[in-house]
Structures are given as C-alpha cells and as structure tokens.
Design a binder for this molecule. Structure first.
Ligand SMILES: CC(C)(COP(=O)(O)OP(=O)(O)OC[C@H]1O[C@@H](n2cnc3c(N)ncnc32)[C@H](O)[C@@H]1OP(=O)(O)O)[C@@H](O)C(=O)NCCC(=O)NCCS
Length: 159
C-alpha cells in the first residue's frame, strides 16, 4: 500500500469529527480536539486518500506510557491495512520516544478491533463492567509492553 501517514493538526479537526461521527456513537467535539491538540494532550496521525481522511489514530504519550484514545478507518477504506499502518506509525513514534507500555480499552463486541490489537501483541489485563454509556457494554482493558514485543524487536533490528 502506498498510503502515507502524517501528523494531523487543528486544520484537520472537521474531517476528524466527520469520520468519528461515522464510526462512533459518541465523538469528540471541536473544542475537545482543539484544546487537546493545542495543549499537546494527544497526538493524531492520519491517512488521506485523494484529499479524503481515510483513517486516524489518536493517542497520548505521558511519561513512558502510551494510550490509544481512538482509532478509526472510513468504511470505504477498511480491510486494506490502514489501521495496521497507523498502528505501525504510532508504535514507531513510541519506540523513538522511549515509551515502555501501551494501554487501551475496547468494547467486548468489537471483533475487528480486538483482532487487530491482539495481532499487535496486546494482552487483556482487565474488564470495566458496563463501561460504555451507549451500549452499557463491558470495556476490555489491554496492555502492550514494548520491550517484550514483536514490533519493538523488529524495529530495533533484532530477529
Ligand atoms: C477496527 C478498524 C480500525 C480496523 O481498520 P482496518 O483499516 O479495516 O484494519 P486493517 O485492514 O489494517 O486490518 C488489520 C488487521 O486487523 C484485523 N481486522 C480488521 N478488521 C477486521 C474485521 N472486520 N474482522 C476481523 N479482523 C479484522 C485483522 O487481523 C487485520 O489483518 P488482516 O487483514 O491481515 O486479516 C476499523 O474496522 C474501524 O474503524 N472500526 C470502527 C471504529 C472502531 O471500532 N475503532 C476501534 C476503537 S477501539
């Protein structure tokens, strides 16, 4: 795939909101995106295809921890490896910034995301009962340790 991952900023917020509306019952507001990006509370990486925002990943980097806050790919572009590409770029940034571990939560019914995160080496570490207000579903909590993980070793050149 020839898609290019770039860091997104305040000029991309409307496109991010449009994509979030398509993918999630709840989406961040314009103000939440603006404040977060301006205060550098999180980073957003995205892929554009012919000008359209095809996918993005939002994550925070605090001390030696990374948390995936959101990851979404437009329905027209799914199953083409875009989420994988976004994960690879975020992981590379983590490794370059000395991040040791990563956390995320995901709905227990979200098979696509669960399969993706497990493929990346995330291990389930807990459950938050009825965590999501829209469906009252449980959240599954996952953790990934960079220094033990496959991607860390590949990027560091170890086989
Ligand atoms: C989850 C999501 C981001 C995956 O995006 P994508 O670009 O289609 O994923 P990729 O093509 O990069 O797939 C990478 C791997 O993830 C897994 N995967 C992705 N979609 C899947 C699906 N529908 N069913 C099962 N596994 C899936 C597969 O292991 C896949 O590897 P493979 O294609 O070699 O089998 C996308 O389905 C999405 O935006 N969903 C709605 C938003 C969402 O739920 N985000 C996650 C919030 S925690």
């Amino acid at each position: 795939m020839n898609s290019i991952v770039t860091q997104l900023g305040t000029a991309d917020i409307q496109d991010l909101i449009d994509l979030e509306k398509m993918c999630f019952a709840y989406h961040w507001t314009y103000e939440q995106f603006t404040l977060g990006l301006e205060r550098k509370a999180f980073k957003v990486l995205g892929i554009r295809e012919k000008g359209r925002l095809a996918g993005y990943i939002a994550f925070s980097l605090i001390e030696d921890e990374m948390e995936i806050l959101n990851l979404a790919v437009h329905v027209d572009f799914r199953r083409r490896g875009m989420a994988g590409l976004l994960m690879d770029s975020a992981f590379e940034m983590c490794i370059n910034n000395g991040i040791a571990k990563s956390f995320l939560d995901v709905k227990e019914s979200n098979m696509a995301a669960l399969t993706l995160y497990r493929k990346y080496g995330y291990k389930q570490i807990g459950v938050r009962k009825k965590y999501y207000p829209d469906t009252k579903e449980d959240a599954l909590l996952f953790r990934y340790d960079f220094k033990q993980g496959r991607e860390y070793n590949i990027l560091k050149g170890a086989k």
